[in-house]
Design a protein around this ligand. Structure first.
Ligand code: FE
Length: 285
C-alpha cells in the first residue's frame, strides 16, 4: 500500500468555557462546532496565573464509561476519589484515569505563583469496557521519555511509540499516540500515524506550517488552534521564524453509538438512566 500523507480536514478555534465550580478554560473538542472526534470526546486547555480563573476547581463529581487524561504543564492539581485514591499531578506529569464503571473524584488546582496550565482529554471506552474496573496510571514527568531531534525538536512520548521509544501509558483500548512536541524555528517534524486512526494536533505555543510531503506552502497555524487531519499514514510540520509546541494525539475510532450526559458517556439512553439511578441510590461506586 502506497504511503499517504494526511491532509488537514478541519481547523477550529478553542472556545471559552466555564466548567467545574468556575474554572475558565479553552475547549476544542466537545463544543457546538466539534461535538466529538471519535474516540475523543473532549479537549480542554487551562492556562492562567489568576487564581480567580481556577481556584474553585472541580469539586466531587462522577465519571462513567470514559477515560480522562490530565497533563499538567505547570502548577499542581490535587486529586482524590471516594475509593481512597489521592495524589498530585505536577509540572510534566500525566494522569490517565480509566473511569470504567464509575469513580467519584475531585480535581483541585493549587493556588501558586505560577498559576496552572495543562490539558484534559476525554477518551471514549468501547462498549465492552464501559463498566470495567477503574484504573489509574499516574506518570511522573521523569518517567516520560523525551526524544531529541537533530534540528532541536523535543518530543515527550506519553503514549504510543516514536522511533522505537514507547511512552509509559499502556493498555489503553484506543491504542493512542499522545505526544508533546516542541519544534524550534527553521526545523521540521514528521510522524507516522496508524492508517484509520483519528489524529489531531492542538497548537498551544508559537506557529507552524502544516504541510503535505515536501510541498513548501502549507497551512500556517498559530496558537491556539485545533488541527484535525484526514486519514493517511503520516503528518508533517515545518517551522519558519517561530518555534511551535503542540499536542499530537491519535487513536482508534470506536464507531459505536454515543449517549452522553455530562460526565457519563455510554452507548444507550437506558445506560445513562442507570448511571443516574446508581448515583441517586448511592450504588454508583
Ligand atoms: Fe473529573
Amino acid at each position: 500500500m502506497k504511503s499517504l500523507p494526511r491532509r488537514i480536514e478541519k481547523i477550529t478555534e478553542p472556545q471559552p468555557v466555564v466548567e467545574g465550580a468556575g474554572v475558565r478554560l479553552k475547549r476544542s473538542i466537545g463544543t457546538r462546532t466539534l461535538d466529538s472526534l471519535d474516540p475523543f470526546l473532549l479537549l480542554d486547555h487551562f492556562a492562567s496565573s489568576n487564581p480567580e480563573d481556577y481556584e474553585a476547581g472541580f469539586p466531587l463529581h462522577p465519571h462513567r464509561g470514559i477515560e480522562t487524561v490530565t497533563y499538567v504543564l505547570w502548577g499542581v492539581v490535587h486529586h482524590r476519589d471516594t475509593l481512597g485514591n489521592a495524589g498530585s499531578i505536577g509540572a510534566g506529569d500525566v494522569q490517565w484515569m480509566t473511569a470504567g464503571r464509575g469513580i467519584m473524584h475531585e480535581e483541585m488546582p493549587e493556588v501558586r505563583p505560577e498559576g496552572i496550565a495543562g490539558f484534559q482529554l476525554w477518551v471514549n471506552l468501547p462498549a465492552k469496557l464501559k463498566m470495567t474496573t477503574p484504573r489509574y496510571q499516574e506518570i511522573q514527568s521523569k518517567e516520560i521519555p523525551e526524544l531529541k531531534g537533530e534540528d532541536g525538536a523535543r518530543i515527550r512520548v506519553i503514549a504510543g511509540t516514536v522511533e522505537g521509544i514507547s511512552g509509559p501509558v499502556t493498555g489503553i483500548a484506543a491504542d493512542p499516540l499522545y505526544l508533546d512536541v516542541f519544534v524550534p524555528a527553521h526545523a521540521s517534524f514528521t510522524q507516522p500515524i496508524t492508517r484509520g486512526h483519528t489524529a489531531f494536533a492542538y497548537v498551544f505555543e508559537g506557529e507552524a506550517k502544516f504541510v503535505i510531503d515536501d510541498q513548501e506552502d502549507g497551512t500556517r497555524i498559530s496558537h491556539p488552534r485545533l488541527v484535525v487531519w484526514g486519514d493517511g499514514d503520516s503528518i508533517k510540520v515545518i517551522t519558519t521564524e517561530k518555534p511551535v509546541r503542540f499536542l499530537l494525539v491519535s487513536g482508534q475510532p470506536l464507531h459505536e453509538p454515543v449517549a452522553r450526559y455530562g460526565p457519563f458517556v455510554m452507548n444507550t439512553r437506558e445506560e445513562i438512566e442507570q448511571a443516574l439511578q446508581d448515583l441517586r441510590q448511592g450504588t454508583f461506586v
